[in-house]
Design a protein around this ligand. Structure first.
Ligand SMILES: N[C@@H](CCC(=O)N[C@@H](CS)C(=O)NCC(=O)O)C(=O)O
Length: 206
């Protein structure tokens, strides 16, 4: 049995899987494939993920890519009943929130972050960032409503659903998204970010 391999540098979307691995206490090896050097787009990495993206994992010969699929797989395999919910309906809620994060919020948070914090100042498009933040108003309202009566998305306990959505929203701070209209979502995000495993994964980014 070989160690779980997680491909991707911690400042990439591999952060999501590193956070999960730390929550689960997994013994893993982080293969530091860096998107900035172009190595994600070259062999041998393309044999792992033909899309040329990170993260990807090699779990004892089983190769999987797409961050949300990876996290749902690992959580179910190693955290069933704790980080991964039991029962089809609860499980479906974890899929719902993970897909929601990817389709309803990820691109807008990224657009705001790139245009407010990542691109060189003369390449930033303030109007694009503002438009992206406007697009986020409705989904962030949905999130706010979902964590108004329960501390976490699926109820009283933190699960992979929270981790997947909160890891996408970890970009909200550099993106300078104003959470004032969404106080419950802000509290929820704070609770998720304060978890020791989240901190340990952030420490890998330094
Ligand atoms: N939908 C994919 C997106 C992965 C993705 O775009 N990753 C970026 C890093 S955060 C990447 O690998 N970029 C390098 C490239 O596309 O060449 C996922 O969530 O896993």
């Amino acid at each position: 049995m070989s160690k779980l391999k997680i491909y991707g540098v911690p400042r990439s979307r591999a952060f999501r899987t590193l956070w999960l691995a730390k929550e689960l206490g997994l013994d893993y090896e982080n293969i530091l494939t860096d998107f900035a050097t172009g190595e994600t787009r070259r062999q041998p990495y393309l044999s792992i993920n033909p899309n040329g993206h990170v993260p990807a994992i090699d779990d004892n010969g089983f190769i999987l890519w797409e961050s949300m699929a990876i996290n749902l797989y690992l959580a179910k395999k190693y955290g069933l009943g704790t980080l991964y919910p039991t029962g089809l309906e609860h499980e479906a809620r974890a899929w719902q929130w993970s897909l929601w994060g990817m389709t309803e919020i990820e691109s807008h948070v990224l657009t705001a972050m790139f245009n407010r914090a990542i691109y060189p100042e003369d390449k930033r498009d303030a109007a694009a960032a503002d438009a992206a933040e406007r697009e986020l108003q409705h989904p962030l309202g949905v999130l706010d409503g979902a964590v108004t009566t329960t501390p976490y998305l699926l109820g009283p306990e933190f699960t992979v659903a929270d981790l997947n959505v909160a890891s996408i929203l970890s970009w909200a701070r550099p993106a300078r998204i104003d959470f004032a209209p969404f106080p419950k979502a802000a509290e929820w995000l704070g609770r998720c970010a304060l978890r020791p495993a989240a901190k340990a994964a952030r420490d890998l980014q330094r």
